[in-house]
Design a protein around this ligand. Structure first.
Ligand SMILES: Cc1cc2nc3c(=O)[nH]c(=O)nc-3n(C[C@H](O)[C@H](O)[C@H](O)COP(=O)(O)OP(=O)(O)OC[C@H]3O[C@@H](n4cnc5c(N)ncnc54)[C@H](O)[C@@H]3O)c2cc1C
Length: 422
């Protein structure tokens, strides 16, 4: 074992979208930044997800009706939602809090927070692109949300009403208007809503290019370097321990995605977080390429054009820290797509790259951003659930503000890390 010792201003644990975005803003502020990543950049959830970005992601996962729907789906092996039956006190406690948070009052509190963060984040993506010249295929072509059933219609139209109430542009489309907007599809939906301001990126390009950019700017990125524990005294982290030696920094940021609760366990912190697995299946674009990302409302499937590729993403499985691929659920996603889009047959679009990732989910659908109360130099940047790509730049900016002791540009109170105890 090497005994190397490294010193930096800020040490970030985790090389996903959140860790890299924090590194970007901290480096831009002139700080010496180190990232420790147990595998490689993009080894986690930030790699093969749907890449959807934008203001529409202002409704948290915990919202009225979601628990009822989840219970109905739970027994169907091909449904979009699944809880692996097991005895886990952490899961039971999380579900308890999730249920408690899934109400209208809590949702009303979360909506403006998420909206403000999403709007800011999209602007930050644009700024990052202009400042760095990096290409991660940021496109602002909106998002089409397609529905087939009366239940789906009710949900989508009420979401559109809510979006308009908050000042977003959402256009209700009849069935025959959908293909006018996106001529590459033959929709079998009974209607749709077009969320005009939404955008998308190609997440693996963001990670790859941002990783290279950060290295070129002097950020030390150590891959294959797993954080195994900490040395702490008097409410302060003195060292971050890895098999390759100890690392020292004035500030330590936890950006370990779905693993974050495990990482801080060593410090006797109970971070309320559950991994929620999902799949991304990437194929070639059809000859007539799609341009507008889509969500198939009832099936909870996202379809995102990413240059010459098309990605289908879906399912949410509470099955612990487990990235194994359940082919039956993957097949269910692939089989469902042509039920909404007659001419899109995923099996006929070349070889499929099948990926799984785990969303880091807090019970109320809001991320954890802020200092851990028991350690003065330990900061949380995790819990982004289904919207970590959308919220990556704003989260990075907020972390940089915290580290520099600046007034936060967004109210951090709803994102407090100790809001569920711990
Ligand atoms: C199917 C699917 C579709 C999705 N679609 C979207 C979408 O369209 N839009 C959107 O905004 N979000 C989406 N998400 C959610 C998004 O992917 C996550 O919220 C986001 O990637 C979380 O980023 P992160 O940096 O926190 O975590 P990760 O990307 O998981 O990064 C954490 C990193 O920490 C590393 N790590 C873990 N433990 C240690 C350790 N002990 N030491 C060192 N390193 C460690 C891991 O290897 C990993 O690289 C989707 C997720 C899934 C699964």
């Amino acid at each position: 074992m090497s005994t190397q010792t490294q010193h930096s201003d800020v040490l970030i644990i985790g090389g996903g979208a959140i860790g890299l975005s924090a590194a970007y803003y901290l480096n831009a502020a002139g700080l010496k930044v180190t990232i420790l990543e147990k595998k490689d950049i993009g080894a986690g959830s930030s790699y093969g997800n749907a890449g959807l970005v934008g203001p529409r992601y202002f409704v948290p996962l915990a919202s009225p009706g979601v628990v009822k729907k989840a219970l109905k789906w739970m027994w169907n092996p091909e449904s979009p939602f699944y809880i692996k039956p097991r005895f886990s006190p952490a899961l039971i406690s999380w579900l308890w809090k999730f249920n408690a948070a899934s109400n209208a009052a809590q949702m009303q509190k979360a909506l403006p927070v998420l909206l403000e963060m999403n709007v800011a984040s999209l602007q930050f993506y644009e700024q990052i692109m202009k400042t760095t010249g990096l290409d991660f295929q940021l496109r602002q072509n909106g998002l089409l949300m397609l529905y087939k059933t009366p239940g789906g219609e009710k949900d989508v139209l009420s979401l559109a009403d809510l979006a308009r109430k908050y000042g977003l542009e959402a256009r209700n489309l009849k069935a025959d208007e959908i293909a006018v907007l996106e001529p590459a599809i033959q929709p079998l939906a009974s209607g749709a809503v077009y969320f005009v301001e939404d955008a998308n990126i190609t997440p693996h390009l963001f990670l790859k290019n941002m990783g290279e950019y950060l290295r070129s700017k002097g950020v030390a990125i150590y891959t294959d370097t797993e954080v195994l524990g900490f040395a702490a005294a008097n409410g302060k982290i003195d060292a971050v321990k890895t098999a390759k030696g100890d690392y020292h920094a004035k500030e330590v940021v936890i950006a370990g995605g779905a693993w974050s609760a495990n990482i801080v366990k060593d410090l006797r912190i109970k971070l309320m977080l559950q991994p929620a697995k999902g799949y991304g299946i990437t194929v070639k674009q059809p000859a007539k390429a799609l341009h507008i990302p889509m969500l198939l409302a009832e099936a909870k499937i996202a379809i995102t054009p990413m240059g010459n590729q098309l990605r289908f993403a879906g399912t949410l499985e509470l099955s612990g820290l487990d990235t194994s691929i359940n082919q039956r659920r993957v097949n269910a996603i692939l089989r469902t797509v042509p039920q909404y889009l007659a001419n899109i047959q995923p099996d006929q679009l070349g070889e499929q790259e099948i990926w799984s990732g785990m969303r880091p989910c807090s019970p109320d659908g809001l991320p954890y951003i802020g200092r851990f109360p028991r350690y003065q130099n330990l900061i949380a940047a995790t819990g982004h659930a289904m919207i970590g790509i959308s919220l990556a730049p704003v989260s990075g900016k907020l972390i940089a503000e915290i580290v520099q002791g600046e007034k936060s540009s967004i109210d951090l109170d709803p994102l407090r890390v100790e809001r569920f105890g711990g």
